[in-house]
Design a protein around this ligand. Structure first.
Ligand code: GLA
Length: 394
């Protein structure tokens, strides 16, 4: 059984620093990291004003940066598939930057728009390396945005306190929506900036309230297995934006500010059957998040597993964002001893999260590989969801 290694933070920080120095001929002013995330439960509710319960992954993006004096932004990734990008800070604008660089440049642009990056008119060299799988629903994009954000603040000598972290979350959401064309709901950036090691982060998007929930999985002999189906999803291709628009329409019809706060009785009054199903998911998922926190705190693992299963069924049948690979992953995991399993993240491919006793890990991994091979699919990638720290200095 092969588990995707998050790498040693010290070694990765050193490596990105060395790549930076070889590239620019000078050492970096800042070396930082920001994590990917896996959402335990609370899917497609952030943009509907509801609660989510994600954790940061040990897999992270590392960035090294130094200010320049000629107004130029230069971006490099050590991923051979990602092209370097160079342009003027003053020319950054939506639509001006293609590919991966739209996220990194987008963050610089959004921080400028917020007044956070006033000291950056002179420009920046920045390079990144990452152990967060891309296109896997594990928020490699939020990890990149937040790594850039923290690198910039560190170059500018700004103290990374909670209010600044909140501003970086907002800039990340803006960069991802306006520069990269992916209308994210904010969960990914929030957990990347605010997570702490050993904890899940309950965030209520009605009012932004955050509560930390200690993870007791390890002590109970349980693991969170993350299964990357390797079916690539992208949030810029319409499905995500369509769900967002449809649920906004449901909220408008019901006359509520946050769809997640609607009652089942209100949802039942929606005349359009599809809107009723979408809104039904949002409202029932909201209840499941609160029940999941109670199950976690009461160490009711069977109950928590059932909530994960119910979440998956709702995302598959009512929200219609699952796919054959995710459905099979959950079925196989449950048939081989898992307590619960669900798709995680935006869907349409990406990853599933499986709650299971540690002793079942090898059996579930082998069964998944066999099931994927049977269908002629590439073997899935496996990661362990051990709650890691949010973005910061290396
Ligand atoms: C993506 C978005 C998040 C959230 C999830 C679904 O990851 O970026 O804001 O909406 O999908 O829960």
């Amino acid at each position: 059984m092969e588990i995707l290694d998050p790498g040693s933070p010290m070694a990765l920080a050193q490596r990105v620093g060395e790549v930076f120095t070889a590239w620019t001929g000078q050492g970096p002013e800042a070396v930082v990291r920001a994590p990917g995330r896996v959402n335990l439960i609370g899917e497609h509710v952030d943009y509907n004003g509801g609660p989510v319960l994600p954790l940061a992954l040990p897999h992270a993006t590392y960035a090294a940066a130094r200010r320049r004096e000629d107004g130029v932004l230069r971006l490099r990734s050590d991923d051979p598939a990602a092209e370097d990008w160079t342009g003027a800070v003053a020319d950054l604008a939506p639509g001006a930057v293609p590919g991966w660089a739209s996220y990194a440049a987008g963050m610089v642009w959004a921080m400028g728009a917020d007044g956070m990056a006033d000291g950056l008119a002179g420009g920046l060299d920045l390079c990144v390396t990452s152990t967060v799988p891309t296109g896997a629903g594990l928020s490699s994009s939020a990890a990149l945005l937040c790594a850039v954000g923290v690198a910039v603040t560190e170059c500018l000598g700004l103290p990374l306190d909670d209010p600044l972290r909140d501003r970086l979350v907002a800039a990340g959401v803006r960069a991802e929506s306006e520069m990269a064309g992916a209308p994210t709901g904010g969960m990914d950036q929030t957990v990347a900036m605010h997570a702490r090691r050993g904890e899940l982060l309950l965030v209520d998007f009605a009012d932004g309230h955050r509560r930390r929930v200690p993870s007791s999985f390890g002590a109970a002999g349980l693991s969170l297995l993350v299964v990357d189906t390797r079916v690539s999803h992208t949030h810029t291709d319409g499905g995500f934006a369509e769900r967002r628009a449809s649920t906004a329409e449901a909220a408008r019809v019901l006359g509520v500010e946050h769809l997640a706060r609607a009652t089942p009785e209100q949802v039942a009054t929606l005349e359009d059957a599809r809107l009723r199903r979408l809104a039904g998911h949002v409202v029932t998922e909201t209840g499941r998040v609160h029940d999941a926190v109670a199950a976690l705190e009461g160490e009711d693992w069977v109950g928590l597993g059932r909530l994960l299963d119910a979440s998956h069924a709702s995302l598959r049948d009512d929200y219609e964002v699952s796919c054959a690979e995710l459905d099979l992953t959950c079925e196989v995991a449950l048939a081989h001893g898992a307590l619960g399993a669900r798709m995680t993240g935006g869907g349409f491919g990406g990853s599933a999260v499986v709650l299971l006793g540690r002793e079942h890990l090898p059996g579930v991994a082998a069964a998944l590989e066999a099931a994927y091979a049977d269908r002629g699919w590439r073997p899935p990638h496996l990661l362990l969801g051990e709650p890691a720290a949010g973005a910061g200095h290396c």
